[in-house]
Write a protein that binds this ligand. Structure first.
Ligand code: GLU
Length: 282
């Protein structure tokens, strides 16, 4: 049976782009007789807030979306992340790193999908692991896993190219996980068969496919959908303030807007003024 999920981070108000993503994951499950799950990605301790979780749940219900199991909270899964991290350490695939963002930015010579590529400063060096972040030795991991493929329903078959990310952080300094590790483990633990999310995370799927191979996890199919963009072509984003005002779900809900009608309009491609769907998939 197909199973999809929507995985909001409770670090700010949801906007129309989140509504579009949630509706898409929900409807893909419904039209194919499957299940739709909700996962709260609440492990970013500095920015996650309980009140945002309540707001997100209210927004999704307002849109007329229902999920088929109680929401899963990443904060309840730290032991599973730790265990997977320990396995990767034991396999010699992780190394501790104490570099600061500024040091990395100064020494990096390439930009990757997530920012400057780590220049490898701590790889092969003795670094005190206490309080350090742990990075994946990408070259070693790729060699261990061999050639990998994955499939996006829209873009078709892909040869995995995780090397574009360099040595990504898998365990953060203050957390036994990072987005890449937690999302990959959770999708497997929850039996997600169709990972539905915006195409801004298309590149991340190369890393997730590699982690699945290293951790012996099942391989889902992906569905990376277009994004809602503003007139300047930039995607709606919390950090740009898209969660407030006309593009914000909670503000529309509080103003007495009809959430189900909004959801139907988004389904029909009838987008509010100033918003369009991004073209292209990469
Ligand atoms: N929590 C992520 C976000 O809000 C989504 C992660 C995912 O769908 O894999 O952008």
């Amino acid at each position: 049976m197909i199973r999809t999920r929507f995985a909001p981070s409770p670090n700010g108000p949801l906007h129309l782009g989140h509504a579009y993503a949630a509706i898409r994951a929900h409807d893909l499950a419904r039209t194919r007789g499957g299940q739709f799950l909700l996962r709260i990605e609440d492990i970013d301790g500095e920015r996650s807030r309980r009140e945002w979780i309540d707001e997100h749940l209210a927004d999704l219900a307002w849109l007329g979306l229902a999920w088929d199991a109680p929401p899963v909270f990443q904060s309840s899964r730290l032991d599973a992340y730790r265990e997977a991290g320990d396995g990767l350490k034991a396999a010699g695939l992780l190394y501790p790193c104490r570099c600061t963002r500024a040091e990395i930015a100064a020494a990096s010579t390439h930009a990757g999908p997530d920012g400057p590529i780590y220049p490898g400063t701590c790889r092969g060096r003795h670094v005190d692991p206490a309080g350090a972040a742990w990075r994946l030795d990408m070259a070693k991991a790729i060699e261990r896993a061999g050639p990998l493929e994955w499939t996006d329903e829209i873009a078709g078959p892909q040869a995995a190219r995780p090397e574009r990310f360099g040595d990504v952080v898998l365990l953060r300094k203050e957390l036994p996980a990072s987005y890449h590790l937690a999302a990959t483990l959770d999708d497997a633990a929850d039996g997600v068969t169709l990972v539905t999310r915006g195409m801004d995370l298309f590149a991340a799927s190369h890393v997730h496919r590699l982690l699945q191979a290293l951790l012996g996890l099942p391989v889902p199919v992906w569905h990376h959908h277009p994004l809602l963009v503003e007139a300047d072509g930039r995607k709606l984003a919390k950090r740009r303030g898209s969660g407030a005002g006309a593009f914000g779900l909670a503000d529309r809900r509080r103003a007495g807007g009809d959430g189900r009608a909004l959801a139907d309009a988004l389904r029909a491609g009838d987008l509010p003024a100033g918003i369009s769907l991004s073209q292209g998939l990469h």
